[in-house]
Ligand binder design. Structure first.
Ligand SMILES: [Zn+2]
Length: 240
């Protein structure tokens, strides 16, 4: 039987939670419906309605095709098809511009669970999220790709290595440059110093939405410059 003191404390905690839920009920980011137990940030209805188009083949799929012949990589997977005006696009905007970092974690967990069941992580050693430039990180307060990586890491128990790969050029400061100068510049957006931590490892690079694939490709090139590594790719969304 709990002591009176513990009983009172747990009762108070329960009352405090009930009052908080009453005053600030947690609602689904997408549809605004009140969330029930077991739902976080997104209700199950919205989560299951997302266009999960990934075909289950890590080596031959539409995302992997974007890297064929351009870079040495092992496999590629993505979570959802990214289409304009879709629920998924709204979620990505909330993740990037409205401070809703937990959406990245939630969707990372959701897709990560599927990938784990399919053995995707078995030969992966560590996860590197595409880094933001320090100025961008400071103004946004978080790196959305890191939160996606966190969901994958929680499912796979692979560590996130977020200190070695750095974005050394802030894209937003390039707006006044010529197209030619910008193109030359993309090659040097990222830099990765040598580290034993990465040498001979299989690294999973994680981005939010992949379009041409050039960001992931440039990240991979920066890592491969000084390391003998295997690289695989993951993006939460793939723009068709
Ligand atoms: Zn919903």
């Amino acid at each position: 039987m709990p002591s009176m003191k513990n009983y009172k404390t747990s009762n108070l905690a329960r009352i405090a939670t009930a009052v908080r839920d009453f005053l600030y009920p947690e609602v689904c980011t997408a549809c605004g419906r009140l969330l029930v137990e077991g739902e976080h940030h997104l209700c199950h209805h919205c989560l299951y309605s997302l266009p999960a188009a990934y075909n289950g083949n890590f080596y031959e799929n539409e995302m992997a095709e974007r890297f064929y012949g351009k870079i040495d990589f092992k496999k590629a997977a993505y979570g959802f098809v990214y289409q304009k005006e879709s629920l998924f696009q709204q979620l990505m905007e909330a993740l990037k511009y409205k401070g809703e970092r937990e959406i990245g974690e939630q969707l990372g967990l959701y897709v990560g669970a599927k990938l784990r069941r399919e053995g995707f992580f078995e030969d992966i050693d560590c996860i590197i999220p595409v880094p933001l430039h320090p100025k961008r990180l400071h103004s946004r307060g978080y790196n959305q790709s890191w939160w996606i990586a966190k969901g994958l890491s929680d499912q796979s128990h692979r560590i996130i290595e977020d200190q070695l790969l750095k974005r050394v050029v802030n894209n937003s400061s390039q707006t006044t440059r010529s197209i030619k100068a910008r193109w030359d510049n993309t090659k040097n957006i990222f830099a990765c110093d040598y580290s034993d931590t990465l040498q001979h490892k299989h690294i999973l690079l994680v981005d939010d939405v992949v379009t041409s694939g050039s960001t992931l490709e440039t990240c991979a090139t920066s890592i491969q410059k000084h390391h003998d590594v295997q690289i695989s790719f993951f993006a939460l969304g793939m723009a068709k």
